[in-house]
Design a binder for this molecule. Structure first.
Ligand code: ATR
Length: 305
């Protein structure tokens, strides 16, 4: 509760700097629940810093009301929306068009107003790419290991295939789920770009310097002492490790990567850049490094406590 109070105070301070006028455009987030979202902090901070006449608000939308919410938002001249759990797939049938990456993934987190409805994007994945790039990691140069085969891992697999990673291997506790994702991605790209393996089979991986993207829920606060693989031998092959989790600030996966001599990053920059990508799509203004850093500091203060 303390955390939520803190975020609310920050947001109130920001909103007091936003002068809502007749011209002010509204953007918002639909999800269920939405109470813990950091997105108002990201977007209202950017709006103030960039001098853009926009305000961002959360909308709790019931699971059977998604269509009505999208139609209503368009009728209300809403400029853009973010979409969070559990509506990321449900919104797709209410869009007028969809970006190809979002279409392949089957999940949309950003809606951009167009002439006759909203277009859908997946800035979770464009944001992940940008977060990695900001730390000098290029997927296109990398042999990638994806840990996990849930919704997040599936999106990461499509991103890595789109970015033409040197190789992509999904490791998952349940092999079937990893195989299903590999089959789907390979079918879309018309070649065997993704391989699937059982988690414990990692010893059979060719010895290389891997970029490992931790896409399971293992290690999430308060389970900070858990990682999906605890064997130091695995981490000796990982030169860069990116955990989609950002709470705790340093996960066990990250600790293991660092202990074996690699560099490790958490998912907070992914959260930052999914927001920045959406803000840029709505407002057609670039967000520079200074603005990105300012928002990143605010996120750190509010999350990694
Ligand atoms: P999301 O949609 O957020 O990706 P998810 O679909 O529930 O979440 O997927 C969670 C992932 O974490 C799965 O890959 C899951 O492995 P299984 O497919 O075998 O269930 C993985 N996961 C969760 N707990 C795990 C654990 N204790 N050990 C290994 N993998 C685990």
């Amino acid at each position: 509760m303390e955390g939520v109070k803190h975020i609310m105070q920050r947001s109130e301070n920001l909103v007091s700097k936003i002068e809502v006028r007749g011209t002010t455009r509204v953007c918002g987030l639909i999800g269920n629940p939405v109470e813990h979202t950091m997105s108002p902090l990201i977007h209202n901070t950017l709006a103030v810093r960039k001098g853009i006449d926009m305000v961002y608000v959360p909308f709790m939308v019931q699971n059977d009301q998604v269509s009505e919410a999208i139609k209503g938002a368009y009728a209300l001249n809403v400029l853009g929306m973010n979409v969070t759990v559990p509506h990321k797939s449900a919104v797709i049938s209410d869009l007028v068009s969809i970006d190809s990456l979002a279409q392949n993934i089957g999940a949309v987190n950003t809606l951009v107003r167009e002439g006759n409805g909203f277009k859908g994007y997946n800035t979770d994945m464009s944001g992940l790419k940008r977060a990695m790039a900001s730390d000098g990691i290029l997927i296109s140069d990398s042999d990638v290991i994806i840990l996990g085969a849930g919704g997040a891992a599936r999106a990461v697999a499509f991103l890595c295939a789109t970015e033409k990673a040197s190789s992509i291997t999904i490791l998952n506790r349940t092999l079937d789920k990893a195989e299903k994702i590999a089959d789907e991605v390979n079918a879309v790209f018309g070649k065997e770009c993704v391989k699937a393996m059982a988690l414990e089979a990692y010893e059979q991986l060719p010895v290389k310097s891997y970029l490992a993207i931790q896409s399971t829920s293992v290690g999430l606060y308060p389970h900070h002492e858990e990682a999906v693989i605890m064997d130091v031998g695995f981490y000796k092959m990982v030169t860069k490790g990116f955990d989609l989790i950002y709470k705790p600030e340093e996960t066990m996966f990250m600790k293991m990567v660092k202990k074996a001599g690699g560099q490790a990053y958490n998912g907070l920059k992914m959260l930052l850049y999914q927001g920045i990508d959406a803000f840029e799509l709505w407002n057609h203004v670039p967000v520079d490094e200074d603005d990105a850093l300012a928002v990143y500091q605010l996120l750190k203060e509010n999350i990694c406590v």
